[in-house]
Ligand binder design. Structure first.
Ligand code: AMP
Ligand code: TRP
Length: 338
């Protein structure tokens, strides 16, 4: 079976409130990679249900993530866009990998600890096994590169460990080197966008405060207001990177600016060093609107035609399935299933 060398896989959960962190940490990089790689971008609805989702909202949010991929610039004709639950290889491979991975590995996952909180006994079994489903997503396509935000680093290390253990365990039955060890691609100056209300907390879909995040459905006025009200300290911006140390809110806004402008944080400080936030924030709001409003507008247009999005997802699922089905068949053979 031919081994791909430049296959990208990534996913975003359809859990609503798609935000600037999702865009700058992940989706934006999906676009550039299609120039050089064969890309598979998934809407991971099976991951979403590891915590409760209202069924009608889940369907809408699934279309919204697909719309975001397309609006951001992913070409659904040359690349693959689909939703996870349409390709049964993800669930089937998860079972095999559940039996390869060790409980001790999952017990170290910080995202589970954060999401399950104090009441761990009451978290879903799916939430616990979540990283194995993620490993299956990637390995079902024998993907080589995985663009994600910084928070997914630990899950990717686990995916590599699972791949390596599968290859070792079944080395004598055709498993040696079967799965490539997927490389994380954690790119750009905004790999971890922080909350606008608290520079020590990640920007997240589930933060109760809508002011903590800029979403891909915000209007220019919403964006300007959220940036104006973003928490900052009283000092002007420094001229050197050093000066951002211990200033998490300033660091975050500079990182966002850099990422949106496609320049480095150093270059932002060269231009804006010495500026007060009262001057920097309007410049950031203008830049954010310039970059985001074409995407927001296109997403809204796409969301007006759900049948078109559904057709894109169906076509993508067929092409995804054509890649994953033979991989799964080979896995079954390697494991000894007849
Ligand atoms: P999720 O919303 O958890 O499905 O995340 C989708 C993608 O966005 C993943 O690649 C995450 O790593 C990335 N991501 C989520 N939140 C942030 C953030 N605050 N900063 C940067 N990337 C993020
Ligand atoms: N767990 C990822 C997140 O929450 C989403 C995801 C699921 C994913 N499967 C993936 C990302 C496979 C990359 C590759 O952000």
């Amino acid at each position: 079976m031919e081994q791909p060398t430049n296959r990208v896989f990534s996913g975003v959960q359809p859990t609503g409130n798609l935000h600037l962190g999702n865009y700058l940490g992940a989706i934006r990089h999906f676009v550039g990679l299609q120039e050089t790689h064969e890309c598979i971008y998934c809407v991971v609805d099976m991951h979403a249900i590891t915590v409760w989702q209202d069924p009608a909202e889940l369907a809408r949010n699934t279309r919204e993530v697909a719309a975001a991929y397309i609006a951001a610039g992913v070409n659904p004709d040359t690349q693959i866009i689909f939703n996870q639950s349409k390709v049964s290889a993800h669930a089937e491979l998860t079972w095999v990998l559940n039996c390869v991975a060790r409980i001790g590995w999952l017990n170290r996952m910080t995202q589970f600890k954060e999401k399950a909180g104090k009441n761990r006994e009451n978290a879903s079994v799916g939430l616990y096994s979540y990283p194995i489903l993620m490993a299956a997503d990637i390995l079902a396509y024998r993907a080589t590169h995985v663009p994600v935000g910084d928070d997914q680093k630990q899950h990717l290390e686990l995916a590599r460990d699972v791949a390596q253990k599968f290859n070792n365990d079944f080395g004598d039955n055709g498993g040696a080197d079967f799965f490539p060890l997927p490389e994380p691609l954690i790119m750009g100056p905004a790999t971890r966008v922080m909350s606008l209300r608290d520079g020590t907390k990640k920007m997240s879909k589930s933060d109760p405060s809508a002011m903590s995040r800029i979403t891909l459905t915000d209007t220019p006025d919403d964006i300007a207001k959220k940036i104006r009200k973003a928490k900052t300290d009283p000092e002007p911006l420094p001229s050197e990177l050093e000066g951002l140390k211990d200033r998490p809110e300033a660091d975050n806004l500079v990182g966002i600016y850099a990422s949106l402008a496609g320049i480095s944080k150093e270059d932002v400080l060269k231009e804006h060093g010495g500026a007060a936030f009262s001057a920097f924030k309007p410049a950031l709001a203008e830049l954010a609107n310039e970059k985001l409003s074409p995407i927001t507008t296109e997403m809204a247009r796409l969301m007006d035609d759900p049948a078109h999005i559904d057709a894109v997802l169906k076509n993508g699922a067929e092409r995804a399935s054509a890649i994953a089905t033979p991989v799964l068949a080979e896995v079954k053979k390697i494991v000894g299933f007849i």
